[in-house]
Design a protein around this ligand. Structure first.
Ligand code: ZN
Length: 602
């Protein structure tokens, strides 16, 4: 925060001077949210752990497909960590895989699973079999792998920590014994909130998970699972997994601080066992104690969480007291992030089993776009990720921003978001060499149903002076647009070019319509490019009304707009049998000159 450390820690320590010095030199008004958090996190890290790497953290539960909404849990600290790295500091971004959490329910619509997986509810996620056909050894690893792949595409550098590995290796032994010795203190802290809410509400304040899961948890009878309360033999912040059934439906019945002798009973099968907690590794601290323990253990300076953590008694708030009074650590800087919604999934959800994953998003958009969505909004702003037509507008906006960056007219805050989207401290992400408009690529894929030869032909005709001669130059953006068209555009919205002319409609045309089509067909050869056809289709109604083809809107009566609209509707009808479709110039190119003539001339 102070000028002092800034002076001694210039932005260009990592050898990326030009890009980064520009960011530094721009003054306070260019400070975006990422930069401001980076200031705070660096200052706090210097205060708490001078000279040590800066630690930021995320937690993810691989309890099923990790949803796109949960990506904010990772992207928020990632962007801050990346800014700190750009300033030359060493940063550790921990992703805690909460794979030692209990399996709560069988998610709907996961291929290779069925209702029989319910028999594993209560076991650690790493003790549940993977879906049938999976290449991974267990449930948690299966879903973790998809997220790891998406994070690699997104350029997110992290240090993954399996909580199963940590707990079962006894890494947290001292912390567990310490928490048990101070169970009275923990109980007293938790007790401040217990009477203030019913158990269902209390359950809502678990770590961020999807809503469906939270609802399921409410009905699971595990209402006290998150804080360990409820046993008749006193309060214990530790829960063993049963030695017989492997589930966490256990109650600790006694504990001796001196010998660390712990006895528990399984409420499911009645199994009882007495173990030495100084040697025993098959259990874990309850969530509300586990989280603050790890803040202290890892020295976490920054860890965001979902908005449902902001209320009194929430695990973040209670964790702050527990880390301070029990573990002698400090709560991280922890912004609450708002919900990230999805648009255009309603039609897909029933068939695909619900909400999309980051991998689904990356099949239809380049990593840069997804990074940009997170970078340009403050964490407390909610936004939607488009799987519907809106994705085309989003891409237009992104390309416009790129053009402004290129010509130097970009606003500083927009430039910051752009820079965070296109690369990290490690360098720029791979990009599409020739980023043609997404909507053009989508239209080409739509009209040709993905036929590569036809796509190649259309793209080579867009700009005859600079034809696309190799599809590799327009990939991966082309692949994303093709995937979007084939996966998320419903059949009734797809464009199907007529195979035969609409003879009836052609015969019924009035003279003016006939004349407008003749004008269009006359001009095709001279205007066969994206720009040329744009000029032509807008120009025909102008010429028909007695104006020059290049007359501007100011020089034209308002009726021209209506004439253009009805001309376009006529062309759509004759070409694709509907009133709308991809933008006409793209559609004409996609259909091809010969076929356009055949369909319009009859
Ligand atoms: Zn049992």
């Amino acid at each position: 925060m102070s000028q002092a450390w800034r002076a001694t820690t210039p932005y260009d320590l990592n050898g990326k001077a030009p890009r980064i010095v520009a960011a530094q030199s721009t003054g306070a008004e260019t400070q975006d949210w990422v930069s401001r958090y980076a200031d705070d996190v660096i200052a706090e890290s210097e205060r708490r752990a001078p000279g040590k790497p800066v630690v930021v953290a995320s937690g993810l539960s691989p309890s099923g497909p990790i949803h796109l909404g949960n990506l904010r849990e990772v992207m928020t600290p990632h962007l801050v960590a990346d800014e700190i790295r750009r300033r030359g500091y060493t940063v550790r971004h921990l992703i805690s895989w909460d794979d030692y959490d209990r399996y709560r329910k069988v998610p709907n619509g996961v291929p290779g699973t069925d209702a029989s997986w319910a028999e594993h509810i209560g076991k650690p996620l790493t003790a549940v079999p993977a879906p049938a056909g999976s290449a991974y050894p267990n449930w948690a690893e299966h879903f973790k792998a998809a997220m790891v792949a998406a994070l690699a595409d997104l350029g997110v550098e992290f240090d993954g920590i399996s909580q199963t590995a940590q707990y079962t290796a006894g890494v947290y032994r001292e912390q567990i014994l310490h928490a048990m010795r101070h169970r009275g203190d923990i109980d007293a802290i938790l007790d401040q909130y217990r009477t203030k809410k019913d158990p269902a509400k209390q359950q809502k304040q678990q770590k961020p998970q999807d809503e469906a899961e939270l609802e399921a948890a409410e009905g699971s009878g595990a209402a006290s699972e998150d804080d360990g309360s409820g046993g008749t033999g006193g309060y214990y912040p530790y829960k063993p997994f049963c030695g017989q059934c492997g589930k966490d439906l256990t109650t600790v019945t006694s504990y001796d601080d001196d010998t660390t002798e712990l006895s528990y009973t399984c409420t499911l099968d009645g199994f009882t066992e007495t173990v030495l907690l100084s040697e025993f590794n098959r259990g874990k601290l309850v969530w509300k104690v586990d989280w603050p323990m790890r803040w202290a253990f890892e020295g976490v300076i920054f860890e965001p969480s979902g908005v449902d953590h902001s209320s009194p008694g929430s695990s973040f708030q209670v964790g702050g007291q527990i880390v301070d009074r029990v573990f002698g650590g400090k709560q991280p800087i922890g912004p609450m992030y708002a919900f990230v919604g999805i648009s255009g999934m309603a039609k897909m959800s029933s068939s695909k089993g619900g909400v999309p994953t980051p991998g689904d998003a990356l099949r239809i958009m380049e990593p840069q776009i997804l990074r940009w969505l997170y970078a340009r909004r403050r964490p407390n702003q909610s936004f939607k990720i488009a799987f519907d037509q809106e994705i085309q507008r989003l891409y237009d906006e992104w390309d416009k921003l790129g053009a402004k960056v290129a010509d130097g007219t970009v606003l500083p805050a927009d430039a910051a978001a752009y820079r965070r989207a296109v690369g990290t401290a490690a360098g720029d992400l791979p990009r599409t060499e020739r980023p043609l408009a997404y909507r053009t690529l989508a239209a080409a894929a739509d009209v040709t149903a993905g036929d590569e030869k036809q796509v190649q032909r259309i793209l080579s005709e867009l700009d005859p002076e600079h034809p696309v001669t190799d599809l590799a130059t327009v990939r991966p953006r082309l692949d994303k647009a093709e995937a979007w068209i084939s996966t998320y555009v419903p059949a009734e919205s797809r464009t199907i070019v007529r195979t035969e002319p609409d003879a009836e409609a052609l015969a019924g045309l009035d003279d003016a319509s006939r004349a407008s089509i003749a004008l269009l067909l006359d001009g095709l050869d001279d205007h066969w490019s994206l720009d040329g056809l744009t000029h032509l289709v807008y120009g025909v109604p102008k010429v028909q009304a007695g104006f020059p083809a290049d007359a501007t809107a100011k020089e034209l009566p308002p009726e021209i707009k209506a004439a253009q609209r009805s001309f376009f509707a006529l062309l759509y009808h004759l070409l694709v049998g509907r009133d709308t479709g991809p933008r006409l110039p793209t559609l004409l190119l996609a259909v091809g000159a010969d076929r356009v003539r055949a369909l319009l001339a009859g």
